[in-house]
Design a protein around this ligand. Structure first.
Ligand code: GDP
Length: 430
């Protein structure tokens, strides 16, 4: 049985916590896209961790954790991250890296920085982890697969060939120092040593695992609105954030993905540039940011303050639809307990007309939020484990959101810890 955990919105919906929770029943957890540009925050018995590369199952000794072929693998970050958890007494996890995963090269990170410098104020708000240059090279067919590290002669030839092109751009577009092939080769030889113990043929392993009836969990990064095809292009990430891509980025048959948990936060937050229709500002935003998440809404990778907004039914309905949602996990609901009233964005007004369909980017820029206000519940809901025990206004908030988005909310997260979860029977669940 293959399940996926993915985001409905701009990322930071609390997927790490949900994956960590579901990983308890999983045998295998797989990262299938993205790189170290986003992070999951996980709170468990060992403490609080920000993971950027490792799958969220690494805290359980019974799981196998896989970096799939779709991931942008930054080898030093990967090795450091393993050390950062084992240094804090987490037992060494079982980790496998696909021989078809491609490597984030040191120059990808540099190109990201140089391009942001060149663009100045017109930048995309990149985390400068090299992700866009990495995926550009992958599709331009000048990327390096992990497997290529193990063929010295071919590697030498390719490094020289690729650097010819890179050095022209470095010298003439960015006016920066060029890269010496032998130095890059030394770095790659060191990568080979470090990654060798983890490398394997992941899709064959998964084929066997599916046949043996193992529980497999695909772990998404970011959310629908950051998908390069279906998101707010160009303010998106460079690899697909959709559950469907799990099949490709892990090497699984698409029909094996049976359950898709789409994570939606009870309010909105976003990082980076781009239209954000239900965004709020000033004191109202500051207070939600300060109280949000677990210790405030600041980027797990960059520490940047996140942009804040009310729950957006238009974006979330669309986000859930593109994921192929079977279950919505509604998270961080406890944070809203301080509000007398809670605005919810139920429509977008564009050129004088109201729509509930999420528009393409050029029209999104013109959208103004249509807000409905619901009464707050004014109390702390952490610790509650049964849906019926939630305050009436809190249940009404959940049921209102569910009716707007049209997908069943079956999990409600009311705190950062593993056990802060309420299972709900939804009338929409078939
Ligand atoms: P991810 O990338 O989707 O995993 O999102 P983040 O790493 O930004 O996680 C959101 C933050 O909210 C983290 O600090 C989590 O520990 C925290 N968190 C997750 N679920 C809940 C919840 O239900 N309540 C509260 N208060 N915090 C939560």
């Amino acid at each position: 049985m293959v399940k996926a955990v993915v985001g409905a919105n701009w990322g930071d919906e609390g997927k790490g916590k949900i994956t960590d929770m579901l990983a308890r029943e999983a045998d295998i957890i797989i990262r299938f896209q993205g790189g170290a540009n986003a992070g999951h925050t996980i709170v468990n018995n060992y403490g609080k961790f920000a993971l950027h590369t490792l799958p969220s199952g690494v805290f359980y000794s019974h799981t196998t954790n896989i970096i799939g072929n779709g991931v942008a693998l930054n080898i030093p970050v990967f090795i450091d991250e393993i050390k950062s958890i084992t240094d804090r007494n987490v037992p060494m996890p079982k980790i496998m890296v696909s021989d078809r995963a491609q490597i984030v090269m040191p120059y990808h990170v540099l190109f990201d920085q140089y391009e942001e410098e060149r663009l100045g104020g017109k930048s995309f708000g990149s985390t400068k982890s090299g992700i866009a240059p990495f995926y550009s090279d992958k599709y331009a067919k000048i990327g390096f697969q992990v497997s290529e590290l193990f063929d010295e002669a071919a590697l030498e030839e390719k490094v020289v060939r690729v650097l010819e092109q890179k050095n022209i751009i470095l010298e003439h577009l960015y006016h920066k120092p060029v890269i010496v092939p032998e130095e890059l080769l030394e770095t790659l030889r060191a990568y080979r040593e470090k990654i060798a113990p983890y490398v394997c043929d992941v899709s064959s392993y998964l084929d066997e695992a599916v046949k043996a009836g193992k529980n497999i969990l695909l772990e998404g990064q970011l959310g629908t609105l950051k998908d390069p095809d279906h998101g707010i292009y160009p303010m998106v990430t460079s690899s697909s954030t959709l559950a469907a891509y799990g099949a490709i980025g892990a090497g699984l048959p698409p029909y094996e993905i049976r359950q898709i948990y789409t994570v939606c936060k009870a309010y909105s937050s976003a990082v980076g540039a781009g239209a954000f229709v239900s965004e709020i500002f000033g004191d109202e935003a500051d207070e939600l940011r300060r109280r949000g998440g677990d210790g405030g809404e600041y980027g797990a990778t960059t520490g940047r303050p996140r942009r804040m907004g009310w729950f957006d039914c238009v974006a979330s309905k669309y986000g859930c639809r593109l994921q192929g949602t079977t279950d919505v996990c509604f998270t961080v609901l406890d944070v809203l307990g301080y509000l007398d009233e809670i605005p919810v964005c139920t429509g977008y007004e564009i050129d004088g007309e109201v729509t509930t369909q999420f528009p393409v980017t050029v029209r999104l820029a013109k959208a103004k939020p249509v807000l409905e206000t619901l009464p707050g519940w004014k109390c702390d809901i952490r610790g509650i484990r049964n849906y019926e025990e939630l305050p009436e206004n809190c249940r009404k908030y959940i049921e209102f959101v569910e009716s707007q988005i049209g997908y069943p909310i079956t999990l409600i997260s009311n705190g950062p810890a593993r056990d802060d979860i309420i299972y709900r029977k939804s009338p929409l669940k078939k």
